[in-house]
Design a binder for this molecule. Structure first.
Ligand code: SF4
Length: 317
């Protein structure tokens, strides 16, 4: 399954600014992997309707934005069109992940760019429907050039020859508050010789303006919460890398802050399970409706949602 990246994401709104909120820590030496739980199963992989099984940052964001959107994506699992912008994000992430398979001194811009076409061929082989993404070879060439510029931009914000990630594209899962399952993929985890942990997320869009920065950081605070609850150590730094405008946002979370995130996600999960039991997921019009693939199923746009696919609890039973 292609993991959607930054399309319709407020984090893609433009801003020219670097926010460095904490001091530098050297993350250049490989350390043992933190004790994190992993699983071979991918979230949201099943094509058929299913009750909510875990909360991820993107599904939490969906529910907060529009409960009906959450339902159509997480319960009905109605497929959405794959766009070139989404796949470009997947490709760039894939190249940056593979880059760290190389020896440190081989991680050059040239080597990274050379990974683009093989990774694109691999994605087309592995992921259903990608061979039909472009009708026009010239459009595919232009798209690959955009992906190349993003990969090149990465070298302006980090020096991969000086980094030794402890993990890449890691699936992490934990249960908090006894029965609230959390799950997500972390692009990269760095561990300094001091043991300090940094959680890194690559974005192929532009850095957000101040109004959307909290929303952009929510995803990383969610991951920080999961790692903290798994390992007992609060990550020292959360890093967002925005490749389109070569911006870096570093943020140092506190334990109190992660407790607040935990309260938020527990409340969200309780609201989702209550809504799922009742089959009650109302639409909520919002600025992202313009990018929503489900307008034809949405009452706000004159559509009708499909029948709710799960059994509902009988009030008073
Ligand atoms: S179009 Fe409808 S379902 Fe989609 S986000 Fe907007 S309100 Fe929600």
């Amino acid at each position: 399954m292609v993991r959607a990246r930054s399309v319709g994401d407020p984090a893609a709104l433009p801003v020219s600014r670097v926010a460095r909120l904490v001091g530098a820590v050297e993350y250049g030496v490989a350390m043992p992997t933190p004790t994190t739980a992993t699983s071979a199963s991918a979230p949201d992989a099943a094509p058929t309707a299913t009750p909510p099984s875990a909360l991820s940052p993107s599904r939490a964001s969906d529910f907060k934005t529009c409960p009906l959107l959450y339902r159509l994506r997480a319960i009905d699992r109605i497929p959405e069109p794959t766009t070139p912008a989404q796949v470009k994000g997947t490709l760039v992430h894939s190249v940056l992940e593979r880059l760290y398979d190389l020896e440190a001194y081989d991680r050059t811009t040239t080597a990274a760019v050379a990974l683009l076409e093989p990774e694109w061929s691999r994605l087309k082989t592995d992921e259903h429907g990608l061979t039909d993404l472009f009708d026009d070879p010239a459009a595919e060439t232009a798209w690959l050039s955009e992906a190349r510029r993003l990969v090149e931009a990465y070298f302006d914000v980090e020096d991969p020859t000086r980094l030794a990630p402890a993990d890449r594209e890691r699936l992490v899962e934990v249960t908090v508050a006894d029965d609230v399952p959390l799950r997500g993929f972390i692009d990269r985890v760095d561990v300094a010789p001091t043991g300090q942990v940094r959680v890194v997320d690559y974005k192929t869009g532009k850095a957000p303006g101040p109004a959307f920065q909290a929303q952009a950081l929510f995803q990383l605070k969610f991951y920080a919460l999961v790692l903290w609850r798994l390992n007992g150590v609060v990550p020292a730094m959360l890093r967002l890398l925005y490749l389109k405008d070569r911006q870096v946002i570093d943020y140092a979370p506190t334990e109190d802050e992660l407790r607040g995130v935990e309260r938020t996600v527990v409340a969200l999960w309780r609201a989702i399970t209550t809504a799922a039991a009742a089959g009650d997921f109302p639409p909520r019009k919002n600025p992202l409706c313009n990018w929503c693939a489900h307008q034809t199923r949405c009452p706000e746009f004159g559509g009708t949602p499909p029948p709710y696919p799960l059994p509902t609890a009988v009030p008073g039973a």
